[in-house]
Design a binder for this molecule. Structure first.
Ligand code: MG
Length: 381
């Protein structure tokens, strides 16, 4: 069982907790500059259409009586520390997504036990911080996250095993991990509005809509999400860089540097028992401008030839030919344990290691759910 835990309107709730005059009124936590954006909106501000990430001037247009409170990160860190201490006491593995949001892996346990943990966490967080936290309980990350958002504020929503697909079926496709505005528009144009409709699509249409992500999307729509809760924050990416003594202008030297770096990264991946799904190249030019390109592999690897070829491709696309290059770096990211590579999201149970086509017009996706990626679609905060 997996919990997704997320404090409610965190920054706004801290402000309201510490100043009774701010309770019950529409407020946002935000900077004060011309270009400031809303960091968090209180629940009282949301009916006015005020949302986080909205420019402050727009929030003030929508709600002229809005109170604007500056952020206080020291308080947020203090509350965050208390919350994570509680989560780590209760869970086997805690994956931190931000100051106020985490996945917790409870291991093999039944629903009642998981709900017991969730209730204790809510109670302990409230007594330790005087803040409310919402929790979703499910068998996978995707479903736990959606359940948590559904319960906000101060929610506890449980999706028992085997009921995942039914739970998701009526929800709009935009609630799924990785479906951003572009994909959402494409799906609607194709007449697919609910997660349930997506769950029923046949392979051919999936491929037309999503390219190689099709089956993965359908699995998510069915509530099947094999990504594990991971507490390994130490290695999100590994990179190797070189600053040249004199600016370099010829492509062959740059290509050679990238090849050497790829070989080194391959060694380091093997040393740590990891495989990488993303390869990137960064160049810094003589004028200190930086260009970077990255690409996703069809399958995670630690093979220096594949990493080297992907890096060479990125270098080519960075189109630095003729420029004076000061620094070049190669990076591998979206790292997973080497043993788990046969259990990637692309392979279906029973057909491990299915290799999907490497590119397809439909393959550009927003917030693609790589195995270790944390780019969740924005929740209700
Ligand atoms: Mg939150």
């Amino acid at each position: 069982m997996i919990l997704h835990a997320d404090l409610d309107a965190f920054y706004a709730a801290v402000a309201q907790r510490d100043d009774p005059r701010l309770r019950g009124i529409p407020l946002v936590v935000s900077g004060r500059s011309r270009r400031a954006v809303v960091l968090t909106a209180s629940y009282e501000a949301r009916p006015f259409g005020v949302r986080s990430a909205m420019p402050l001037f727009m929030a003030l247009e929508r709600c002229p009586q809005l109170t604007v409170v500056p952020p206080d990160f020291e308080k947020y860190r203090e509350a965050s520390r208390a919350v994570f201490a509680i989560l780590r006491d209760e869970a086997r593995v805690v994956e931190r997504l931000s100051l106020d949001e985490a996945f917790c892996d409870l291991g093999e346990c039944d629903v009642d036990a998981a709900v017991g943990v969730a209730k204790r966490v809510k109670q302990s967080v409230l007594s330790a911080t005087r803040l409310t936290i919402s929790i979703g309980v499910a068998t996978s990350k995707t479903v736990a996250k959606i359940a948590c958002d559904d319960g906000k504020p101060d929610g506890l929503v449980v999706v028992p095993p085997q009921t995942e697909a039914a739970y998701l079926a009526d929800k709009p496709v935009s609630r799924l991990w990785g479906v951003g505005p572009k994909t959402d528009a494409r799906l609607r144009a194709a007449g697919i509005e609910t997660i349930g409709q997506l769950a029923l699509l046949e392979d051919e249409r999936l491929f037309a809509l999503f390219g190689r992500w099709g089956r993965e999307m359908r699995d998510l729509a069915r509530g099947v999400d094999r990504r594990r809760v991971s507490d390994d924050e130490s290695v999100r990416s590994i990179s190797s860089e070189e600053t040249f003594e004199h600016d370099v202008t010829d492509m062959s030297s740059l290509a050679a540097a990238v090849r050497t770096q790829s070989a080194e990264l391959s060694e380091r991946l093997r040393g740590r028992g990891l495989v990488a799904k993303t390869v990137g190249v960064k160049v810094k030019l003589a004028d200190f401008s930086v260009r970077g390109r990255q690409t996703s592999l069809a399958q995670p690897t630690d093979d220096h030839r594949i990493i080297g070829a992907a890096a060479a491709f990125c270098l080519q696309r960075a189109s630095v030919d003729g420029s004076r290059v000061r620094l070049i770096g190669t990076k591998v990211a979206a790292l997973t344990p080497a043993g788990a590579k046969q259990l990637g999201l692309f392979s279906r149970a029973g057909s491990p290691g299915t290799i999907q086509p490497a590119s397809h017009p439909g393959a550009e996706r927003e917030g693609r759910p790589a195995v270790l990626s944390n780019n969740l679609t924005p929740g209700k905060g």
